[in-house]
Design a protein around this ligand. Structure first.
Ligand code: PMV
Length: 329
């Protein structure tokens, strides 16, 4: 039996635009998914989950989605969740050359599901690590990142960048531009505050919406390009440790994401509350549509403002997590 964990992330800059080859800077946060993989006597996969949103469920899985479990979660979200675990186990079987290996998999996660904090990437990354180790094979973080990306690509019908999975596997702040992925060294302390509206967005539909807009209007394509400019400017601010400028650029990035139609009333309300609470800057994180915002604030103002914001279900601080995927026991 092996337990591995991997962190979730926030996007400091660049979600959506990264899908079209612009750079993005996701940052790992100290909220982890922990996956335990234990070999079974047969070739089946049995998954057990306790999660903020999946309130505890067990499901046996043998490739098709029969035997629907009795859980209080939307069916598509559950099927998608199972798809991620199933494909991660397939990658582990492939890496260890053990096509018939069956597993009992337990998921414990403190990352809200589908809320822009990279829950699926963290689950997939940790699952590949735990299951390969259980089969006696140790992969390095770069190979886990690559295999995890292929899982996301498969499950999300080709609409995935390497950003989430690379960040979860490596930890810290990273820069991703198409296939070019690397860690950013010497990052200043980033005082992240996260507001969560309790909801989630449909990543596939949101990505498709931006794609359509971009094809229809040149100015939408320019907007995507302008997000890339913000990221490049943001990298310099990050290097210089200039939190004021980082905040300003986050505000700008949110405005452009909003123009591309991926914000929502509650995400906007939380962003505005953070700004009124004297955040250095605030933006949605991830695909949008619902879920989380991330603000930069070394003081208490943003947390207090978000606590009193209608539609904000929870507020928490999250430190940058410099460690990526790791074995726990
Ligand atoms: O909401 P998340 O954490 O799945 O992030 C999606 C980020 C996108 O840029 C919209 C898509 C991607 O795969 O990069």
């Amino acid at each position: 039996m092996v337990t591995s964990s991997a962190p979730g992330k926030v996007y400091l800059f660049g979600e959506h635009a990264v899908v079209y080859g612009e750079p993005a800077v996701p940052c790992a946060i100290e909220r982890r998914a922990r996956i335990t993989a234990e070999r079974r006597g047969d070739d089946r996969l049995r998954v057990n989950a306790t999660d903020l949103t999946l309130d505890g469920f067990t499901v046996e899985y043998d490739g098709d989605a029969t035997g629907t479990p009795d859980v209080d979660v939307a069916e598509p979200l559950l099927e998608e969740g199972m798809g991620y675990v199933n494909e991660a186990i397939e990658q582990a079987r492939d890496a260890a050359d053990a096509p018939d290996a069956g597993f009992d998999v337990t998921i414990e996660s403190s990352i809200p599901l589908g809320a822009g904090l990279g829950s699926s990437a963290a689950v997939v990354t940790a699952a590949i690590d735990a299951a390969t180790r259980e089969l006696g094979v140790e992969l390095d973080a770069a190979e886990i990142a690559d295999r995890a990306y292929h899982v996301e690509y498969e499950v999300q019908d080709g609409q995935a960048s390497r950003a989430d999975t690379f960040c979860s596997a490596m930890g810290g702040a990273v820069r991703v531009e198409s296939d070019d992925c690397r860690r950013i060294d010497d990052v200043p302390n980033l005082p992240f505050v996260i507001g969560y509206d309790g909801g989630s967005g449909d990543t596939g539909a949101l990505v498709a919406g931006v794609r359509d807009l971009r094809e229809e209007y040149d100015f939408a394509a320019d907007t995507v390009g302008a997000i890339g400019d913000i990221v490049r400017q943001g990298e310099q601010a990050l290097e210089a440790g200039d939190l004021e400028e980082l905040g300003e650029l986050m505000d700008f990035n949110h405005g452009l994401l909003s123009a591309l139609g991926v914000s929502s009333r509650t995400l906007d309300a939380m962003v505005w509350a953070a700004r009124e609470g004297d955040a250095l800057g605030a933006k949605l994180t991830g695909a949008g549509g619902g879920g989380c915002i991330v603000a930069l604030d070394p003081d208490d103002g943003t947390e207090t403002a978000l606590r009193y914001t209608q539609g904000c279900e929870s507020v928490f601080r999250a430190e940058l997590d410099t460690e990526g995927v790791r074995v726990e026991s």
